[in-house]
Design a protein. Structure first.
Ligand code: UDP
Ligand code: MG
Length: 195
């Protein structure tokens, strides 16, 4: 069983060393799966690529996809997913807003509980009201329109069965709608996990 973790990075030199070491620590505890970590350097300016290349020399499970310029979060995500070979694929941000310690529970929901898709639900948000109110409205509208009862369509932490992400095309800001696209593609076994 191969599991892929896809992490888009843009100028993440401050948090990246901690992100990598926390992921490595979490994965060390799970020896029943093999892993690949796919970091997509989205044309970062400073030391992001250097940190990744150094880590790659030590940890052979780390793979790097590198852009010559900044293409944006969604392109980076798409490139990472395209290169992911895992039976299950997790996407997460590099800035530690998503906690690496949630990884095992997300995988269990895909591998053991056989969900097609698990969407992270960030219950506690530390954003200003100018951000939380539009987000709440968006989530309400997305639930109404799609019939999928997720609280947090925007969360950067999600887990998929390989066949789900490989059978839908994600463009631009479409990542928020992956659960909807997955449902349309016939994958109805969707759940969420507080992260
Ligand atoms: N990111 C990227 N390219 C960009 C902007 C961001 O690859 O042009 C990465 C970033 O390093 C992070 C993730 O995408 O790992 C989410 O970005 P950000 O934290 O800025 O988004 P937010 O948390 O505000 O939704
Ligand atoms: Mg962030």
């Amino acid at each position: 069983m191969l599991l892929s973790i896809v992490i888009p990075c843009f100028n993440e030199e401050d948090t990246l060393p901690e992100t990598i070491s926390r992921i490595e620590a979490v994965l060390k505890k799970i020896d029943s799966y093999s892993f690949e970590l796919i970091f997509v350097d989205d044309g970062s300016k400073y030391k992001t690529k250097q940190i990744l290349v150094e880590k790659c020399k030590i940890n052979k499970k780390i793979k790097i996809v590198s852009f010559s310029r900044n293409f944006g979060h969604q392109f980076a995500l798409d490139a990472g997913i395209t290169n992911a070979a895992g039976d299950a694929i997790i996407i997460m941000d590099a800035d530690l807003q998503d906690s690496p310690e949630e990884i095992p529970a997300l995988y269990d929901k895909i591998i053991k509980d056989k969900y097609d898709l698990v969407s992270g639900w960030k219950q506690k948000r530390y954003d200003p009201l100018t951000k939380t109110i539009p987000t709440k409205l968006f989530n309400w509208a997305a639930r109404r329109a799609s019939g999928i009862y997720l609280h947090d369509f925007n969360c950067g932490l999600k887990a998929y069965k390989n066949t789900v992400v490989k059978s839908i095309e994600i463009h631009g800001e479409m990542h928020r709608y992956i659960p909807v696209l997955a449902k349309w593609a016939g994958f109805a076994n969707i759940t969420e996990q507080v992260v």
